[in-house]
Design a protein around this ligand. Structure first.
Ligand SMILES: [Zn+2]
Length: 286
């Protein structure tokens, strides 16, 4: 359900855009993708189409290099006062590229008190030409003083993945947590084959789901990098250190394993092979 968000470019044309929005979502990556489309729609000097590659402004947005669009994400685990001060400084001069300057705060719930206070002053003295978007998947943790100064938009993406695997939503979440935890351990270099003990009670059909979810996780990480260079899902932060090339190799590896598992192979041996090959990729390409 992204209609509310997509309406914003219409509001802009009508001169009705507010100067700050809080976007509450269950999927940061997908929401950022839609939001960047809306921003392109606002900034594009051509008539914007979904894949405008004619104009330099859209291109600069694609490579996250447009001076009048600033995306802020947590530094470590918090958004710091200094990051907001830098933003204010940057936007204190009017933009040479676009009529408006736009900032996006990812994981807005991670603003510490000092950052939020600095932000408030910014929100209270809005320059007519500055527009802000606060993205969060924990709206209840965004300071109320920020919430009250923003228009709220809810964006919910339906997750149909669980249907694909014939699982209930709860079962799907359990599998996803198990897989995420496993990969985090594996990628944080604690990945001896002992890690496979956590999967010992699972049957072959479960392990197939496990590998499919591994595939989803690496594909999503890669996809989010094409949206922007910024990773906005805290759960998969452990993948930040790996290059695109590294992730692509791992995707290939998992696809191969999914093919192999269809034949009557020994699942435990296959899991051990998986750990060793993943380590092999990391030794070759980081
Ligand atoms: Zn364009």
């Amino acid at each position: 359900m992204t209609e509310e968000l997509e309406k914003l470019s219409g509001y802009y044309q009508e001169g009705k855009l507010a100067h700050a929005y809080l976007i509450s979502t269950n999927n940061n990556v997908k929401t950022l993708k839609v939001l960047l489309k809306v921003i392109k729609n606002i900034f594009c000097v051509q008539k914007y189409s979904d894949n405008c590659n004619k104009c330099s402004l859209c291109h600069l947005i694609d490579i996250n290099n447009l001076p009048s669009l600033k995306i802020i994400s947590p530094d470590g685990n918090i958004i710091k006062k200094e990051q907001i001060q830098e933003l204010k400084h940057l936007f204190s001069k009017s933009s040479q590229y676009t009529k408006e300057s736009i900032y996006i705060i990812l994981n807005a719930e991670k603003m510490n008190k000092e950052a939020a206070n600095t932000m408030l002053k910014f929100l209270e003295e809005p320059d007519g030409n500055v527009i802000g978007f606060f993205l969060t998947n924990e709206k209840e943790n965004v300071l109320l003083t920020i919430q009250s100064r923003c228009q709220l938009i809810d964006v919910n993406f339906e997750n149909k993945d669980f249907e694909k695997y014939n699982l209930t939503t709860d079962e799907y979440c359990n599998y996803l947590n198990l897989t995420t935890e496993y990969l985090r351990n594996l990628e944080d270099n604690k990945g001896s084959i002992l890690i496979n003990n956590s999967l010992i009670d699972y049957e072959k059909k479960d392990i197939i789901i496990f590998f499919k979810l591994c595939l989803t996780i690496y594909n999503q990480e890669l996809e989010s990098r094409f949206v922007t260079n910024i990773n906005c899902d805290e759960n998969f932060k452990f993948l930040n250190k790996f290059s695109n090339e590294n992730l692509k190799e791992k995707i290939k590896l998992i696809v191969e394993i999914l093919k192999e598992i269809q034949y009557n192979v020994n699942v435990n041996l296959l899991l051990d092979k998986f750990v060793l090959k993943m380590e092999g990729v990391n030794n070759e390409i980081i």
